[in-house]
Design a protein around this ligand. Structure first.
Ligand SMILES: *Cc1c(COP(=O)(O)O)cnc(C)c1O
Length: 499
């Protein structure tokens, strides 16, 4: 292929000339993505953190720039070659989604146009689109609520923090957060960040909150102390869904004695609402005061695509904030939409565009089909594991997460198998602690299926790789933990200088 014509790297992405500047660069990017993926040829580069593929060479700030094509080609190629690629059917460790091509293409337009959703005069159409999409997605969560609305966030962590913040602002005194051991770690962080007492964290030996235990815990709080119950619809470790209707009842009863609220962290499970087949699993979510939803998990969006929904937009009023240059009173009175209270951030990218494009391109049934496919894949994988005497299934999957381990392996062995698969670059599995058949806390391999294109043969091959690694003798654990090399290879300091 002939070298692309050098392009002035100071050209702009927007305006009438922007697309012409972008087009040849896209060709370079797409070629580099394809070459990098072909060279990696797997879910992750082999060799672990020391592999050359895991590093990006070259000076980061040369005196003279190398030009747009060289820089894009070199760095995109390096990142693709060294990526953990969730589009590979054996990259199943985390709630790390393979983004849809249509969503990634829309995200390019958001970058090129660069609307900023902190004031209307930086994002006229984008802010109008965001208002419609958030209202409609919130109505999916709270269908019979008077004025459902949603905020766009960077993900579940920010949404959970906003849910706790809105609860704090709703009540006359700071609320006590009550959650399960199965709650996401960001719940604890939110309480810490917002100056609340550490959450009252209840044991969840069966993987989900026990409503009776929550009731007892709430009744044991000092009289009148506000409470926020945080439930999870799809835990990160196993996909378990807390019993939402019973927990909503507990909160409703608590309201007789104290201010009480329910926040549902549906970061993982929320998009089941698109699926007529599976939405029943989320029954009760509509009764929450706030709900976390992540479309960069079961929503196939490039990061970031988070939401916090509320049944009534009035609940968002505590976030109202004034800055004369963005939402002067007279501008607001004159009819310019006030966006500053729709986030704690100021400058905010149009993550709504990729979401809106995806909703329109696939429609409700298209998204339901993807949700159904990954849940079906998880059930199929669980069946294969249950049929294989050399493997143990922890439990039938609630959503699309499957926990399993080689029969007879101990916890160290399970951890070692996961690392061996990472090191050979063949499979990226996660790990999670959960009870075994005897109720003992045990380490399991975790497959989080988010790839709707996964085939039965991929799942069979995955189990074969695990069984092969399980049959190998366990190598001694690495001696001392060692920091990753922080410097670039060509500037690496001698080992003693490394921290
Ligand atoms: C992923 C996840 C979060 C955190 O979301 P981020 O988008 O990573 O910030 C919170 N809660 C649950 C249940 C999750 O699975």
């Amino acid at each position: 292929m002939s070298a692309p014509t050098p392009l002035d790297p100071t050209l702009l992405a927007g305006g009438c000339a922007g697309p012409a500047a972008l087009r040849p660069l896209l060709e370079t990017v797409l070629t580099a993505l394809a070459d990098g993926a072909a060279e990696r040829c797997g879910p992750l580069p082999a060799g672990g953190p020391d592999a050359p593929e895991a590093h990006v060479g070259g000076t980061v700030l040369p005196e003279r720039g190398t030009g747009a094509h060289e820089a894009l080609g070199a760095l995109v190629h390096a990142l693709a070659r060294g990526a953990a690629d969730p589009a590979d059917p054996h990259c199943v460790a985390h709630l790390h989604t393979p983004p849809l091509a249509v969503a990634a293409a829309a995200d390019l337009a958001a970058s090129a146009l660069n609307p900023s959703l902190d004031s209307w005069d930086q994002a006229p159409a984008a802010s109008a689109l965001e208002a419609r999409v958030t209202a409609e997605l919130a109505a999916l969560v709270h269908p019979s609520a008077p004025a459902p609305d949603a905020l766009v966030t960077t993900g579940g962590t920010e949404s959970n923090m906003l849910g706790v913040l809105l609860s704090r602002e709703r009540h006359p005194a700071p609320p006590r957060v009550v959650c399960g051991e199965n709650a996401h770690h960001s719940t604890r962080r939110a309480a810490w960040l917002l100056g609340l007492a550490p959450p009252l964290t209840l044991p969840t030996p069966r993987g989900v909150l026990d409503p009776a235990a929550v009731r007892a815990a709430v009744e044991g709080l000092p009289p009148g102390e506000p409470v926020l119950v945080v439930a999870t619809a799809g835990t990160t470790d196993s996909g378990a869904v807390d019993p939402l209707p019973a927990l909503a009842d507990v909160v409703a009863d608590a309201r007789r004695d104290r201010p009480a609220g329910l926040h549902v962290d549906a970061a993982y499970g929320g998009p089941l609402l698109f699926s007529p087949r599976h939405r029943g699993l989320l029954a009760g979510v509509e009764r929450a005061d706030s709900v976390t939803l992540d479309l960069h998990k079961l929503g196939w969006q490039p990061i970031a695509a988070g939401l916090l929904t509320v049944p009534d937009r009035g609940a968002l009023l505590p976030l109202t904030h004034r800055a004369d240059y963005l939402n002067a009173d007279d501008d607001t009175e004159a009819g310019l939409p006030d966006l500053l209270g729709r986030s704690l951030r100021t400058t905010r990218r149009a993550d709504i565009l990729k979401i809106a494009v995806t909703l329109r391109a696939l429609g409700r049934s298209g998204l339901a089909g993807l949700v159904d496919d990954v849940l079906a894949a998880a059930r199929l994988l669980a069946r294969r594991i249950a049929e294989e005497p050399k493997l143990t299934l922890q439990a039938p999957p609630a959503l699309s997460t499957v926990l399993f381990r080689p029969a007879g392996a101990d916890d160290d062995g399970v951890a070692a198998i996961r690392r061996r698969l990472l090191a050979d670059g063949s499979t990226v599995l996660g790990r999670a602690w959960a009870p075994d058949a005897a109720g003992r806390r045990t380490l399991w391999l975790k497959a989080t299926l988010l790839n709707p294109r996964v085939q039965e043969s991929d799942l069979t091959a995955l189990l074969k790789l695990v069984l092969e690694r399980a049959a190998e003798p366990v190598a001694p654990a690495r001696p001392a933990p060692r920091s990753l090399p922080l410097s670039l290879p060509d500037q690496r300091k001698p080992p003693d200088d490394r921290r």
